[in-house]
Write a new protein. Structure first.
Length: 197
């Protein structure tokens, strides 16, 4: 019998809580179908392999390019993505030490959002845009293809922006910039700041 190493994380909110910025249909499709497929694929791929029993983070760091790395990266990226979302009323701006790091790296919170939006809206093809931190506390923005993750480049991911079309097409069609504009209203910056540690 196959052992299941990874499970689909439950959402911390209801499917209707992020509307109208993100509809019930988009959340149901994105989380319940796409994300679930990555989890199921990863479970099948690691079963009986040398990666069986490793943590998701270790698999992302160690697996060479290929199906295991791609699916592990997608599971981690989607976990980060869905964990950092919250209804608009709960999405506060950064404060404290995290705001200090943002201002050191980008000048201001608004300038960081501008740079993240530019990177995510101009990325060609399917992938992710991340806010990440290096080992000396500098914040970096990088866009990566498919299921790639900053961990593979010795950076810790803090914020993950999904720019695969399945993340926004039902609500925005090809208007990725509109998706990003509304996505900023749903980011729980407290969750993001806790990832710095």
């Amino acid at each position: 019998m196959q052992k299941f190493h990874f499970e689909l994380p439950e959402l911390g909110y209801q499917l209707t809580d992020l509307a109208p910025m993100m509809s019930r249909d988009t959340l149901s499709f994105h989380h319940g179908k796409h994300f679930r497929t990555y989890v199921d694929n990863l479970n099948q791929l690691v079963d009986g392999s040398k990666y069986e029993g490793l943590s998701l983070i270790d698999i992302v760091r160690k697996a060479p390019e290929g199906p295991i790395a791609n699916n592990a990266g997608q599971v981690l990226n989607h976990t980060l993505f869905f964990e950092q979302l919250a209804p608009e009323k709960n999405a506060k701006r950064p404060t404290g030490e995290f705001l200090f790091l943002i201002e050191q790296s980008f000048g201001s919170f608004d300038k960081m959002i501008e740079q993240l939006t530019k990177a995510a809206s101009s990325y060609f093809g399917s992938g992710w845009t991340f806010l990440a931190i290096n080992d000396i506390g500098e914040l970096k923005i990088l866009s990566l293809p498919n299921g790639d993750n900053p961990l593979r480049y010795n950076l810790k991911p803090l914020l993950a922006i999904d720019v695969w079309e399945h993340a926004y097409y039902l609500d925005y069609q090809n208007r990725r910039r509109d998706y990003l504009k509304n996505l900023w209203l749903l980011i729980n910056w407290h969750v993001v700041s806790c990832r710095v540690i």
